[in-house]
Write a protein that binds this ligand. Structure first.
Ligand code: CMP
Length: 139
């Protein structure tokens, strides 16, 4: 069993595909263990993407991430990190494989609909960034 953090980004919420994205994860055998909508502040988006703080796109990425509400979720299942990343497709939708979320819905490398943790250590930072221990407790 593995856990990962996924975000339906502001473009996904604007396009009304929150249910579509979560439905794809559920159909792939992943379980939603924590879920909430939030409108991130610039500081919250900057903290989340701190590993990218030296990248040229950092300012634009964090502006975009607080341009509207997002849907945050922790997912659990076998091989959850890779499963979510395979379903999202490449960061740049122009390079994403057929049938992936970004191929089907994303407009650009920045407005790319969905985020997923890229490694267990990343998930270990990202899940508690948004959810408390109580919120992600198995009941
Ligand atoms: P995400 O999986 O959320 O992780 C970091 C994000 O930075 C990525 O998705 C993209 O939205 C964004 N990103 C990555 N590379 C670029 C780029 N070259 N230009 C703009 N945004 C980028």
């Amino acid at each position: 069993m593995e856990r990962t953090l996924s975000i339906v980004k502001p473009d996904g919420v604007r396009k009304n595909i929150v249910g579509e994205v979560i439905g794809r994860f559920e159909k792939a055998g992943l379980q939603v263990i924590a879920l909430k909508m939030a409108h991130l502040s610039k500081a919250e988006a900057e903290g989340f993407y701190a590993v990218h703080s030296k990248r040229p796109f950092f300012g634009s990425l964090t502006e975009f991430m607080c341009s509207g509400p997002v849907v945050l979720m922790a997912l659990e299942g076998p091989d959850a990190i890779k499963k979510v990343r395979d379903m999202m497709g490449a960061t740049d939708p122009a390079k994403a494989a057929q049938g992936t979320i970004r191929k089907d819905f994303a407009d650009s490398i920045e407005s790319n609909i969905v985020h997923g943790s890229d490694a267990p250590e990343t998930a270990g930072f990202e899940i508690p960034y948004f959810f408390s221990a109580l919120e992600t407790m198995r009941r």
